[in-house]
Design a protein around this ligand. Structure first.
Ligand code: HEC
Length: 97
């Protein structure tokens, strides 16, 4: 065990974080351990991959309609405001009219 720990520190730990730092997925992995064999033989790796990809695509499609679009629009707005001369821009919309 001691030698294995040394080998791990020398060859692996430099790149890999401790698994329990991913506290949510590590907790889930620990909890579903008894069902792991059944899930594997039911092809869970494949259908969970599809669920994951679909969830990502739904999230991306929803992004422009949600407040998370500020992640994209905020920096662009700051950049544009930083380089535009005041008075030379014609905003399409002004508060109050
Ligand atoms: C140079 C950095 C680096 C080192 C050193 C390293 N790994 Fe990795 N390891 C990675 C990366 C990056 C991935 C993800 C690769 C991927 O998923 O395509 C990975 C993935 C893995 C996986 C997951 C593979 C999978 O299919 O999900 C295991 C298990 C693993 N490493 C074990 C080890 C072990 C054991 C060692 C030491 C002997 C080690 N790694 C050393 C970078 C490293």
């Amino acid at each position: 065990m001691r030698r294995g720990e040394d080998l791990h520190q020398m060859n692996c730990a430099g790149c890999h974080s401790k698994p329990d730092w991913a506290f949510a997925s590590y907790w889930v992995a620990k909890k579903i351990r008894p069902a792991a064999l059944g899930l594997t033989s039911a092809g869970a790796a494949i259908w969970l991959w599809y669920v994951h990809v679909l969830a990502c695509l739904v999230g991306l499609a929803y992004l422009p309609f949600s407040k998370f679009f500020h992640m994209v629009a905020g920096p662009i707005s700051l950049l544009v405001n930083g380089i535009m001369e005041e008075g030379k821009i014609r905003p399409m919309w002004r508060p109050g009219g």
